[in-house]
Design a protein around this ligand. Structure first.
Ligand code: AGP
Length: 609
């Protein structure tokens, strides 16, 4: 949430700041602002709404100067408006800051500073940081920033600019991401790689508590105690095009279509040379290690949680270990029962979701072994966990997660096979059979993506309905949850997913003539039962779109439309059935004229609790 950029160099800062913010808009888009220092004065420009309104505002009179900071906001404290937009300044405009996170003790600090005569202009928690810096400033920029950091509580990534210090930016972070891009005669600061990838692939990733002094030809980093820190340069392996739309109208559509490659990349290096086994070089676990777990947890939020549900099913089925699953924001407040024989798996696309990160830290504190499943190399969660396995989905920019979900499922499936092999809970020929099916998946995902026209038609037909229901049993139910989340977050249609057998315990009361029900029926052991539930909604005149396996000839007799997915093992079918649901959500949002990549009130990376 919130995107931060900074620049020091010889070029005009505003060009990079506006460009970088455009790449970070997925992190928040309530308002945007920049501050540019021309060596004497700092000019601040901000505007409520999308970055386009800020661009418009400065297009004929762009701030001039070779150092600056910028911000795109996802409002927490104070509604979106010009006044609450970042950058924020002290009383006299001598200090300018941008912030991502929440300053938890801002009210106490604000009262103290107001009593001393500081005048506040916004309702934000952030402004207090600028006034505090003004208050404690003793002529030494670094020492004064350290004093500010000592006094604030909460989570942050912060960049400070000072009129009295025209050659440097100072930045620091706690529980929110911040990277420094290393250029030639220029350096960059950003919340995330897409902002700077067109300028440099070489980065330093800041750790919590570190402070960096960024000048045009040097970057000096120190720890909380002020001792110098030597950092390894982190080279980004993907290029600028990977973070562009590449001819698609929206990032979401591009990312949906990238799934064959994302699945292939996540899978390939982990399949044994014999094509029949799983290799997890990142883990190198032994049977003894895997047998030491008597319980596992999967912890995640949103789509990653929905993928985790499928993961739980796989781990229990294939590795025969009991798995509990929890949304991260609930987990740590319920006094979880964890010890050194517990393996906690956290799943997160961004690797920065603060609820998941906090749950991970709590699990470690309680003595669990921890494993991260994430898409972002070097992210906070990747660094915090004992071990990490990456989904190689490439950058996911659209707020609605798609390729991260399918690759998380692929990876958890592979992990389950790997653990099952080590535990001896799956016969080798079954492993070989499943690995064989796995290798066909990228092709099947591609085939599933070919059949878009009927989905576009359904989206037009039903896109104006107020309510949509998703039903399924077993794995189908988990996919239904993801389908309904996709629909509500980007099309704003009220969508709910139910375990099909649960409908009659209350929700069936909502099924009336014409209500669309998306019914998934791919799991053989519950097929007949699901069919009965479908008949129940049909009997109430719902319009039913069925999602079926390739060889199903039964479902079409009971529903209004059927979408079939290619042949694969029943266990892997969620990776295919979710695709029509992603496309349905996408085209429903288009039908309703919604901003697909930037849905209202949401942001890609949720770094506030
Ligand atoms: C998905 O479409 C969402 N926008 C959201 O639920 C997301 O999956 C969740 O915030 C978790 O993010 P993470 O995977 O980056 O931790």
């Amino acid at each position: 949430m919130c995107g931060i950029v900074g620049y020091v160099g010889d070029n005009q800062a505003a060009n990079f700041l506006l460009d970088g913010l455009a790449k970070l808009e997925y992190r928040g888009y309530d308002s945007a602002g920049i501050a540019v220092f021309d060596g004497e004065n700092i000019r601040v420009e901000k505007s409520v709404g999308r970055l386009a309104s800020l661009r418009d505002k400065v297009k004929d009179d762009t701030p001039v100067g070779t150092m600056g900071i910028g911000h795109t906001r996802w409002a927490t404290h104070g509604r979106p408006c010009d006044r609450n937009s970042h950058p924020h300044t002290d009383c006299h405009g001598d200090f300018v800051i941008v912030h991502n996170g929440i300053i938890e003790n801002y009210l106490t600090l604000k009262e103290e500073l107001q009593a001393k005569g500081h005048e506040f202009r916004s309702e934000t928690d952030t402004e207090v940081v600028a006034h505090l810096l003004e208050d404690v400033y003793n002529g030494d920029f670094e020492a004064s920033v350290r004093e500010v950091l000592r006094r604030i509580e909460g989570s942050y990534s912060l960049v400070f600019m000072s009129k009295a210090n025209p050659d440097c930016l100072i930045c620091s972070k706690q529980d929110n991401p911040l990277i420094i891009g290393l250029g030639e005669g220029e350096n960059f600061v950003a919340s995330d790689i897409p902002a700077i990838i067109a300028y440099t692939r070489r980065n330093y990733i800041l750790n919590d508590g570190e402070l960096a002094i960024v000048k045009k030809d040097s970057v000096w980093i120190s720890n909380r105690q002020g001792e110098p820190v030597t950092k390894k340069v982190f080279e980004v392996t993907w290029n600028a095009e990977a973070a562009e739309k590449g001819g698609y109208e929206h990032f979401m559509l591009k990312e949906i279509h990238e799934q064959p490659k994302a699945v292939r990349d996540t899978m390939s290096a982990r399949i044994g040379k014999d094509g029949k086994s799983i290799v997890m070089d990142e883990l190198k676990w032994t049977s003894e290690f895997v047998n030491s777990f008597n319980k596992m947890y999967i912890i995640a939020c949103g789509t990653a949680y929905n993928a985790g549900l499928v993961g739980k099913y796989y781990l229990e089925k294939l590795a025969r270990i009991p798995v509990e699953i929890d949304v991260a924001s609930e987990f740590r407040y319920r006094d979880p029962i964890i010890d050194e024989n517990t393996l906690v798996i956290v799943v997160s696309q961004s690797g920065e979701t603060i609820d998941t990160l906090a749950a991970l830290k709590e699990s470690k504190r309680l003595g669990a072994k921890t494993l991260a499943v994430t898409n972002v190399v070097g992210s906070s969660i990747a660094r915090e966990a004992d071990q990490v396995i990456y989904t190689w989905a490439g950058p996911e920019i659209a707020v609605a997660s798609t390729k991260a979900y399918t690759t998380q499922i692929v990876l958890m499936f592979m992990l389950s096979l790997y653990m099952g092999e080590l535990k001896g809970t799956i016969p080798a020929d079954r492993v070989a059979e499943l690995v064989g099916e796995l290798q066909k998946l990228p092709t099947h995902v591609g085939e599933t993506l070919e059949d878009v026209e009927p989905i576009k038609t359904f989206a037009k037909q039903y896109g104006y309905n107020d309510d949509v229901f998703y039903i399924g049993r077993s794995l189908d139910y988990h996919v239904a949850l993801e389908g309904s989340l996709k629909l509500k977050e980007i099309s704003y249609i009220h969508a709910e997913a139910y375990a099909a057998g649960e409908l009659k315990h209350g929700t069936l009361a909502l099924i009336i003539e014409g209500v669309p029900v998306i019914a998934l029926a791919t799991q053989k052991d519950v097929y007949e039962k699901t069919l009965s539930n479908i008949k129940e909604v049909k009997a109430r005149d719902a319009v039913v779109i069925g999602i079926a396996a390739f060889d199903d000839t039964e479902l079409e007799k009971y529903v209004d439309h059927v979408i079939k997915v290619p042949k694969t093992d029943e266990l892997l079918i969620p990776i295919l059935t979710v695709i029509p649901l992603q496309l349905l959500a996408y085209y429903a949002a288009i039908t309703r004229g919604c901003d697909v990549d930037k849905p209202r009130n949401l942001a890609k990376s949720v770094t506030v609790e």
